[in-house]
Write a new protein. Structure first.
Length: 431
């Protein structure tokens, strides 16, 4: 998989290989997080987009049909039928009309289901209204709808600042290539004006940049906060989603997952031996002991970083070939825990074939990723990039330094050398 970006926000150009683990380093404000957000927004918008567009059409059409049926019902009976029944009938009718069924047939079915008896003229009038509703829905082309969806989601993710900050008149171009097939988006004036989709995406993406997202699980008003962050909303949904299963299926699924995750969970248990449980609030239970439960918000930032990954795995929220974006995950971790976290990342990629993007400022953490990838024989599936600002200052670019990691380590270590020199100067003054 390859992501190419040109003239998008602060990025001038980028060509990023995403096959296994992709590590991006660089100074602050060089577009590292932008790459992750682009990929996350692209994946989660394109994922099953045809089904999403059909659902959007059906939902809009259902509202139109429900309104017409309610008006007909009032004329007939002088009171409303149960809202649930009306909604169910309208929903089925919308679905069938979207599939191409005849308006007359569907309209008559609706009237029978609702027990409505209309005269010929009234029946013809409601059929005509059904036809006008479906015609109005069909006026919106698939291309226009998909462009509007991409504009909305990318606009939300980037605060409506999509086109280049330095060359505003240039088109912003995003191209994702998978096995020689492409998804391409073109933006002008922060609006998606052209899309090309040669392939369908069934995998999803999760973007993790803030361990304090766990605090939102018990926030009754979190839905208001989430309006500003598609990434946070998606992550909370993944952390809290549960699927109803029969006991036998649940037991088998847990055994299968525990076997697959055995090495990873053992490693995680060195740091977090408990798990999140839903009581009246989301609680973290330590070592399976019901007397040792904490509100998830009470956990330390470092523990939260591990708990998020562990909960996503136990929930079954991550599937093979999904995309995981970890934005500076080492920030809240002690150096020893950075090593454990790095090993977990490598094992997750090896066992689940995830596409993982990691941004980092830590030479310690990056070296851990480098060495563990060699230990577990996936070094050939790791790519390293150094983000920097162009000499003219007009945008960021990304250099593939997989074969020259010293370029990254030098940038990370140089500030430490400055401290060493300062220490020497101070010691000389003391002497």
């Amino acid at each position: 998989m390859e992501l190419r970006v040109k003239d998008f926000a602060k990025i001038s150009e980028a060509d990023i290989i995403i096959d296994g683990i992709t590590i991006i380093a660089g100074n602050n404000n060089t577009g590292k997080s932008t790459i992750g957000k682009i990929l996350d927004t692209l994946f989660n918008t394109t994922n099953n987009i045809k089904e999403k567009m059909n659902k959007a059409r059906a939902d809009s059409l259902r509202e139109m049909l429900q309104k017409e049926l309610q008006q007909a019902y009032v004329k007939e009976s002088s009171y409303f039928t149960e809202n649930h029944q009306m909604r169910t009938v309208a929903s089925h009718a919308a679905s069938e009309l979207i599939k191409g069924e005849k308006c007359e047939k569907i309209c008559k079915w609706c009237l029978r289901e609702l027990g409505l008896t209309l005269n010929k003229i009234e029946e013809e009038q409601i059929i005509e209204k059904f036809e006008k509703s479906i015609a109005e829905i069909e006026q919106v082309s698939e291309e226009n709808l998909s462009q509007a969806i991409y504009t909305k989601n990318f606009g939300d993710a980037f605060h409506k600042q999509i086109n280049s900050l330095y060359q505003r008149e240039n088109e912003a171009n995003i191209t994702l290539s998978i096995k020689e097939k492409n998804i391409q988006l073109i933006f002008k004036k922060d609006v998606c004006v052209r899309t090309l989709r040669d392939l369908a995406i069934s995998s999803t993406s999760i973007y993790i940049d803030d361990p304090f997202v766990l605090d939102e699980l018990n926030n009754l008003f979190s839905f208001l906060i989430l309006n500003d962050s598609l990434q946070k909303k998606n992550l909370i949904e993944k952390l809290t989603e549960t699927r109803e299963m029969a006991t036998e299926e649940k037991v088998f699924s847990e055994l299968l997952m525990n076997k697959r995750l055995e090495d990873i969970i053992d490693l995680m248990n060195q740091v977090v031996s408990g798990k999140i449980l839903k009581r009246q609030r989301y609680m973290y239970q330590i070592d399976g002991d019901i007397s040792k439960e904490l509100d998830v918000a009470s956990l330390s930032a470092g523990l939260k970083s591990f708990v998020i990954i562990k909960q996503l795995l136990l929930n079954g929220a991550l599937n093979e070939k999904d995309v995981i974006i970890l934005d500076e995950p080492e920030i809240h971790l002690h150096p020893e825990w950075q090593l454990i976290y790095a090993e977990i990342i490598v094992l997750l990629q090896k066992k689940f074939d995830f596409h993982i993007i990691v941004t980092t400022h830590s030479s310690h953490f990056m070296e851990a990723l480098e060495l563990f990838s060699k230990k577990y024989d996936i070094a050939e599936r790791c790519n390293y990039y150094l983000a920097d600002i162009k000499k003219d200052g007009k945008g960021a670019y990304f250099e593939n330094v997989t074969n020259n990691l010293d370029k990254i380590y030098k940038q990370m270590v140089d500030p430490t050398l400055l401290l060493s020199r300062l220490r020497e100067e101070l010691e000389t003054e003391d002497d």
